[in-house]
Ligand binder design. Structure first.
Ligand code: ADP
Length: 159
């Protein structure tokens, strides 16, 4: 069984994330989308809310599972017997950080490899922060996120 983990904050999930999820799920037998608990980042949605949103959006895929995780990513990988981490690259600015993290992960767990998928061009500019920024000013976010989660985002940024 080839298993991969796609970790992220997903606060909220965007079309850019969903594109990486869909493409990487075809490369492996099982894909775990892992919502990482990151206490350093102030978040719009709780971990449970993010897991719920992703689970609903991905319910049609048999080989994708959504879970949260609060420790070292390689420990989650060991727990799931996953040998690949999936990350998306949008621009050079993502690369430096991602390179460092992937080398660190391989140093502490030599069996793990990171697969980098480059963003689909139409989502190259897209990030969760941009969604929150536009939504907070009442802008149209339908180009960025699935319709079903738009009301949740609008309700939350209005608070
Ligand atoms: P993190 O806080 O771990 O960066 P994010 O939820 O922001 O979590 O992103 C998770 C992963 O998805 C990262 O690998 C990021 O580079 C990738 N990603 C985010 N937005 C896009 C996008 N528009 N296209 C491709 N990959 C993306």
């Amino acid at each position: 069984m080839k298993r991969a983990i796609y970790p992220g904050s997903f606060d909220p999930v965007t079309f850019g994330h969903l594109d990486i999820i869909e493409r990487s799920s075809k490369l492996v037998d099982e894909l775990y989308v892992a919502v990482l608990v990151n206490s350093a980042k102030k978040s719009l949605f709780s971990i449970d809310e993010r897991v719920k949103m992703l689970s609903e959006l991905l319910s049609g895929y048999d080989n994708i599972k959504v879970e949260s995780f609060g420790g070292l990513l390689v420990d989650f990988a060991k727990e799931k017997d996953a040998k690949f981490i999936v990350r998306g690259l949008r621009a050079v600015t993502d690369f430096e950080y991602e390179l460092q993290i992937s080398q660190m992960n391989r140093t502490i767990y030599s069996e793990i490899d990171t697969l980098f998928l480059t963003t689909s061009l139409e989502y190259a500019y897209l990030s969760s922060s941009i969604v929150k920024e536009v939504a907070s000013y009442g802008g149209d976010i339908s180009h960025f996120v699935p319709e079903s989660i738009i009301p949740l985002i609008l309700e939350r940024v209005r608070r």
